[in-house]
Ligand binder design. Structure first.
Ligand SMILES: [Fe+2]
Ligand SMILES: [Fe+2]
Length: 200
């Protein structure tokens, strides 16, 4: 896996180097997910370049987006309670929790306080009615990283470099359709994302 040694962090968003951030991230997850995180960074950097988003912020947000994905459920539930995160997400499990919980953990444990980066982590799974370019880049990068293989991924990849807005709508529609077709519950905030982006 290419590791982008060319990106040098300024210290504005994370106090240490990219290598130091990678070491922190690696400790939080198994090797498979870690490889996914590196691929998301690759995709995020390509999109960031295309849409003139800060490469440094894209790198940091991508590397930390799944920081809470392999955390213990009890710890996550405790965090939802103590941080007063949306309690409606409790029945949905870590698939939904790890974005908002990850943003809290990344702030506390890594000292990352940039709201745009934290929102990108927070919203990477279900999106949000309003998303900054960085948030959109991370939302889409997670969906199209090179190992993703599902019907429609090639269309999503092509669309991603044509229009960020269109690919966000495409991703949201496909994710929701998949959940509904498989009779899975939809976290209400995902519907808010769908309504906002499908109307554009
Ligand atoms: Fe995730
Ligand atoms: Fe991910």
């Amino acid at each position: 896996m290419k590791t982008n040694p060319s990106i040098v962090y300024s210290g504005d968003y994370f106090a240490l180097s990219r290598d130091a951030l990678i070491d922190q991230v690696r400790k939080q997850m198994g090797p498979k997910r870690f490889e996914h995180v590196l691929r998301v960074e690759q995709a995020a950097l390509a999109l960031a370049e295309r849409y003139q988003v800060s490469l440094e912020k894209a790198s940091i947000a991508a590397l930390t987006h799944d920081y809470a994905k392999e955390q213990d459920d009890q710890k996550m539930k405790h965090l939802i309670e103590t941080e007063k995160l949306d309690s409606d997400m409790i029945p949905f499990g870590n698939n939904i929790w790890h974005g908002p919980c990850g943003a809290v953990m990344v702030q506390k444990e890594l000292g990352i306080t940039d709201e745009d980066i934290l929102n990108a982590i927070r919203h990477h799974t279900i999106g949000a009615p309003k998303m900054s370019l960085l948030e959109q880049v991370i939302y889409v990068a997670d969906y199209i990283e090179e190992a993703r293989d599902f019907p429609g991924v090639e269309e999503a990849r092509a669309l991603a470099f044509d229009s960020l807005e269109k690919v966000v709508a495409y991703e949201t529609h496909h994710t929701l359709s998949y959940l509904i077709e498989n009779r899975k519950a939809v976290y209400p905030k995902a519907i808010e994302t769908y309504n906002a982006w499908t109307a554009k």
